[in-house]
Design a protein around this ligand. Sequence first.
Ligand SMILES: [Zn+2]
Length: 90
Amino acid sequence: MASLIACPHCGPRPKEEFTVKGDAAIARPAADASKDAWYSYVYLRDNPRGRHKEYWHHTSGCRRWLVVERDTVTHAVYAASDAAAQGETA
Ligand SMILES: [Zn+2]
């Protein structure tokens, strides 16, 4: 059975309509932050096991950025919300 993402604008849609951007927990550093802080922000990523939040773009749908909470082990999707509504942007 296909994995479904419950887009808050379009309803349940197959995951193939989305593009994954990555970890939604990473905070953008200040413009005058150190080179190390920017390097870490741009290039370094954890590979979490279990439940976490990611940015997903509904590329073949409403074209909105979502924050999707899912489990990287079971692929279960727990929640999806509009990133802009949470004050989060990619
Ligand atoms: Zn959508």
